[in-house]
Design a protein around this ligand. Structure first.
Ligand code: HC1
Ligand code: SF4
Length: 573
């Protein structure tokens, strides 16, 4: 152990502890803009500089370990002055038009400048301009170089967590900035659109393409019937921006809010998550029976960030993906056929809007394989949880005081199995519940496959389905995914079925979810979803009465010709 005195308080900490962590143990907060545990411990922003007795230079607290007998001051005149000047210098290169910034009120730099009482910036504004300030406005990921503070978080998150290395530091001195690596344009750069660089950005330099106006235009058009679907993981997060507890921030309350805004039909993606399970479980059993799994496992296909990753990094393996479309797309295809017929509306007049915790969904719905000549696109528009939160705020909807209202029918019913899609391991668990039923004609205990749950980024489990052993893996985060695929290619591991989610923790931690600087909420949101499953009346996708009606009235059975046409794809677009 090492003894260190910080602001007169002596603490004893293990060797190797950083000054910042030792101070936290003494109850002293040392602010920082760039620090991310295990990912970005490089002292880039210099906001955490402290004075160490006997040292001539100021010391960054986030990446320097304590030494025996060290005496540290975080609030000495020199420490105060250094922190303030460093923040002022950052502000001199930051577009401070806070009123028009998407992160206003949720910006680490704004908060810190305010905490430090910086009312006038004494340094000349020195904003980057020219090429770095320009960006395509069509790609779902949007970057504003004028707001970038070069904290390096996006660089490290994309490189270390997601193994993609899309960002890099370019230029030098005052011209240094972050840009797409190897001089590529973002749309050509293999970005998976996971959005993790956005949720880890301390300011508003990265955000999703804002599609709110397109939703408002659809609402304003009297000829258009708006149909909204709410993704599983949205229910675990949408209320965070309003200070609602998870038990208040229900789908039913969000449904009420969306009705107040004027949307015509409000449905639940858990309906089509159950539908996906019917198709995907049937497909898995078919591959199992035909021996196709000898060529490699079946990969889940519902996460478009993962599908983008596979197509760009391992294109020779895309045949292993389940041919099932994602629940988002299955929903759209069902809404524009079965449902449109039911309500007697020309499907071309239906405008399908998804509320998703995800940016990659914005590009998934634009794929050429996700549309047809009869009705156009399965899904017309995707809004992130954050965009919908902004719409609710814009309409001054007092969500706290809204009653709960049921979704519309028949695409509004989901089971617990559909709800857990939003957490890592949930798709696998839901699929195995139904695969077991399809083989044996009996339900297993609902929690029979809970071994796939957990917070490790790469998990494995073994099960027995009516005498057939199956070996499965669940992985989340693209860095973990790359490790798993490399292990598969080197024949160090072999699986029958693999669930992949691009974002650590699954959709609950998706790149479109509300941002809480430095806090990882994926697993706590995931446990909200598992809690909803536990108390659900129906916990098996095959028991969803609306899915049963869809097969009875329209599709016939899983993998029927019509189901193949509407609900499956080649993943080649
Ligand atoms: Fe997801 Fe899915 S779980 S991909 O994370 O399969 O985005 O929530 O909607 O489509 O259902 C996202 C979540 C979501 C799909 C489902
Ligand atoms: Fe990297 Fe994901 Fe950001 Fe794309 S969205 S740059 S893959 S972190």
């Amino acid at each position: 152990m090492v003894n260190v005195t910080i602001n007169g308080i002596t603490v004893s900490v293990p060797e190797g502890t950083t000054i910042k962590a030792a101070a936290a143990q003494a109850g002293i907060v040392i602010p920082t803009l760039c620090y991310l545990k295990d990912l970005n411990e490089i002292g880039a922003c210099r906001v955490c500089c402290v004075e160490v007795e006997g040292e001539r230079r100021m010391v960054t607290a986030c990446n320097n370990p304590v030494r025996e007998g060290m005496v540290v001051h975080t609030n000495s005149p020199r420490a105060r002055e250094t922190r303030r000047v460093n923040v002022e210098l950052i502000l001199s290169q930051h577009d401070c038009h806070c009123a028009t910034c998407v992160r206003s009120g949720n910006c680490k730099l704004q908060e810190l400048a305010n905490d430090l009482g910086i009312l006038v910036n004494p340094y000349e504004e020195d904003l980057p301009h020219g090429i770095h300030a320009m960006w395509t406005t069509t790609f779902p990921l949007y970057r504003d170089a004028k707001k970038c503070i070069k904290c390096m978080r996006c660089v490290q998150v994309c490189e270390k967590m997601q193994s993609l290395g899309i960002w890099e530091l370019t230029g030098s001195g005052g011209r240094s900035t972050i840009d797409v690596s190897y001089n590529r344009r973002i749309k050509d750069a293999d970005c998976a659109l996971c959005g993790q660089c956005i949720t880890h950005c301390p300011v508003g330099a990265l955000r999703e393409r804002d599609d709110v106006q397109r939703a408002l235009d659809a609402l304003a058009d009297p000829d258009i019937v708006t149909v909204v679907q709410i993704a599983p993981a949205v229910r675990a997060a949408w209320g965070e921006a309003f200070g609602l507890a998870p038990e208040q921030a229900t789908v039913a309350r969000l449904t009420a809010a969306l009705r107040r805004m004027g949307f015509d039909y409000i449905f639940d993606t858990t309906f089509s998550a159950d539908l996906t399970i019917m198709e995907e479980s049937a497909e898995f059993l078919e591959r199992l029976k035909s021996g196709a799994l000898r060529n490699g496992p079946m990969f889940t296909s519902c996460c478009p960030g993962w599908v983008r990753f596979l197509k760009s990094q391992y294109p020779d393996m895309t045949a292993l993906l389940s041919s099932a479309k994602s629940p988002q797309q299955m929903f759209g295809a069902t809404a524009k056929t079965w449902f449109a017929k039911k309500i007697g509306v020309d499907p071309k007049k239906l405008f399908c809007i998804s509320i998703m915790p995800c940016l990659a969904k914005k590009s998934e719905c634009d794929l050429s394989t996700m549309q047809n000549e009869d009705y156009g696109k399965d899904v017309d528009l995707v809004l992130t949880t954050r965009e919908v939160d902004r719409m609710l705020r814009a309409d001054q909807i007092n969500v706290k005081n809204l009653p709960e209202e049921a979704c519309d029918s028949p695409l509004g019913t989901g089971t617990g199995a559909g709800v857990i899609f939003g957490a890592t391991g949930g798709v696998m668990e839901a699929a195995l519940r139904t695969a077991y039923y399809m083989v044996t004609g009996e339900n297993p205990p609902a929690d029979a496959f809970r071994d796939v749950r957990g917070d490790k980024g790469w998990r494995e489990a073994d099960f027995d389905i009516a005498g057939t052993p199956i070996h499965v893996a669940v992985v989340s985060g693209l860095g973990n995914t790359r490790r798993l695929i490399e292990a598969m290619r080197e024949k160090r591991v072999r699986y029958d079925f693999v669930e992949v989610m691009a974002c650590p923790g699954g959709c609950a931690g998706g790149g479109g979810q509300p941002i809480h600087d430095g806090e990882e909420l994926a697993y706590s949101r995931g446990s909200v979803l598992y809690g909803l499953d536990e108390v659900a009346n129906l916990r098996f996708s095959h028991e969803n009465p609306d899915v049963q009606a869809l097969y009875r009235e329209y599709l016939g059975q899983p993998l029927s010709e019509l189901a193949e046409t509407l609900l499956h794809t080649e993943h080649s677009g």
